[in-house]
Write a protein that binds this ligand. Structure first.
Ligand code: E4P
Length: 226
């Protein structure tokens, strides 16, 4: 299993990277909008400094035609670093660009996946990751579990090295379902992971254990200062 953060927020990345077992971060223009008008290339260089090269950084292109997508990708690779995963939406132009970039050894994440056929076509480009949009599919009555399952079955059946990196989550139940359906990786806003451990039942259990301990050993004592 791989967890990534679906964020470009430097403070969140710094705060949560040592808590959650992340293997990278993903972004798209809407995620970048939340950060305001950032110094785009330096912002991601800073994220690279924080994460190092053993973790992956996925940045989405903006251009919609193949020529523009290639130019966006080359600019990202030149101005940030050449290990960046280029996120490309699975459209006709996107598929063409993915194939061209893959033939040059560029890391590719096929994104904006809502349907099985998008996944299957992206597999054929040799993309490293495919990103189905879990919550967005649910919003329009498409079952994301089926899309993930079909993709996972084809990966296993034909031995593709591509991994499913499910994205677009609103709650932790969706995240768990993505893994159960065959996703190898998920990208989640750190807040959703944070909230998942803040549930009252967990806090109550810990509070009860602390009270029981304090009843015997007193308030100031932990195991380390017995
Ligand atoms: C991945 O980076 C996707 O672009 C992203 O998760 C989409 O998520 P949203 O539906 O929350 O915008």
């Amino acid at each position: 299993m791989k967890f990534m953060f679906d964020t470009a927020n430097i403070e969140d990345i710094k705060e949560y990277k040592d808590i959650f077992p992340i293997t990278g971060i993903t972004s798209n223009p809407s995620i970048i909008k939340k950060e305001g008008k950032i110094d785009f290339f330096n912002h991601f260089k800073e994220i690279r400094k924080i994460l190092g090269f053993e973790k992956s950084i996925h940045i989405q292109v903006v251009a919609e035609n193949c020529e523009g997508i290639i130019k966006d990708a080359e600019t990202i690779l030149e101005n940030i670093d050449n290990k960046i995963y280029i996120k490309i939406p699975v459209t006709e132009e996107g598929l063409k660009a993915m194939r061209l970039l893959k033939s040059k050894g560029v890391n590719i994440t096929a994104t904006a996946v809502y349907t099985k056929i998008q996944s299957l076509l992206a597999l054929e480009t040799g993309a490293d990751f495919i990103a189905p949009y879990f919550n967005r599919m649910e919003n329009i009555g498409i079952n994301p579990r089926e899309v993930i399952e079909t993709t996972a079955n084809m990966i296993n059946k034909y031995n593709y090295s591509t991994e499913i990196l499910t994205a677009s989550f609103r709650n932790i139940g969706q995240v768990v379902d993505a893994f159960s359906s065959g996703s190898q990786a998920v990208t989640v806003p750190p807040q959703i992971l944070h909230d998942s451990l803040m549930m009252p039942s967990i806090q109550k259990a810990i509070g009860d254990f602390t009270l029981d301990w304090e009843n015997i050993f007193g308030k100031e004592k932990s195991i380390y200062n017995l």
